[in-house]
Design a protein around this ligand. Sequence first.
Ligand code: ADP
Ligand code: MG
Length: 381
Amino acid sequence: MRTFPPVLTKAIAEFERRYGQPPTHYAVAPGRVNLIGEHTDYQGGFVFPAAIDKYVAVAARVAPEMSVVSSSVEPEPAVFFASNPKKDGIPAWSRYVSGMAWAMGPGRVDIQGHVESDLPVGAGLSSSAAMEMAFGCLWREMEGLLISNPALALAGQRAENEFVGVQCGIMDQTASLFGVADHALLIDTENPSAPTPIPLPEDVALVVCDTRVKHSLGSSAYNERRAEAESAARKLMVPSLRRATLLQVESSQAMNEKEQMRARHIVTENSRVESFVQALKAKDRDAVRHWMRASHQSLRTQFEVSCFELDAMVDAAEHSVGCWGVRMTGGGFGGSCIALVDRDKISGFVKQTEAAYFSATARYPLFHSVSAADGAYAAAL
Ligand code: ADP
Ligand code: MG
């Protein structure tokens, strides 16, 4: 028997309050934090995320004519026909819901639903993939659909790429769906259907350090980086940068300087993922710190997706008590860093990091201490 996270209890109660009858089904999907392997998932590379104990929860029942889904953080409900959703003229957030109905194939049943979440939005914890996987699991359960987890993750990615219009890779949906409590997932994005759970040291907490900054060039720069990486792969004549060696990258005359920098990051980051996993298994603090720092430096100097605030956060956290290692996580240009911190030193770590970050940036950061959690699921009530 699973215990309900508080947001699920809230979603069920709020559904009843809003719609005047109890829900028949629910789904819960976790966010994720990526420990290492950044900007590699759209080039067939390795990533190492963990699903976290912060969730999107939805309570629902079948509706007769059309779908109406509300969210506690959105003034307008999502209203759509699940059998044939349209992407234009609807509130932006509702595309994550109706996009899932669209990506799971025509003919989805209409639902009445309500969403509650304790996942911060846009902080790099992938609330978007959690939305997709919550509704994916919900429809699968309500209709008894025979969709495998790998196919559901792909449907989520397709919803986000083609219905929402964000060119994400497959990492976020895979992490949200395949998460294992107390483990991070080693995912080979060439074969994302078989992640390997790696146990996290018991005495280490995952602390998300939110810079509280989101620079607006984020999404255009993300698409630009993807394009540069694709162009680098073409010029190196490899199907993806996963298949390129560092020697090829360093000796190629075909790429321009930016392409070479992007390729250098992706190729070295792939090997850092492997080294980091070994370091974590061996509980080797120095090596953990080294590989996280190297990842951050490469994202800063070669992939050019860090920013002043992310660098300030890494500096602040690295010198704080109990810190094993820290790096930016997620797409970059703001958002969060991830730090591995001794469980018994979390409050000291937070205090010191907050003070140092504030004195460098004049901003108050936010911290979320999270644990690695099980993946998304749905059930009848
Ligand atoms: P991230 O995935 O890093 O949190 P994104 O910009 O990719 O940030 O996705 C955030 C978007 O997902 C929000 O702008 C909103 O449209 C949708 N979303 C996330 N959580 C919720 C929620 N609880 N209710 C409604 N929409 C949500
Ligand atoms: Mg997202």
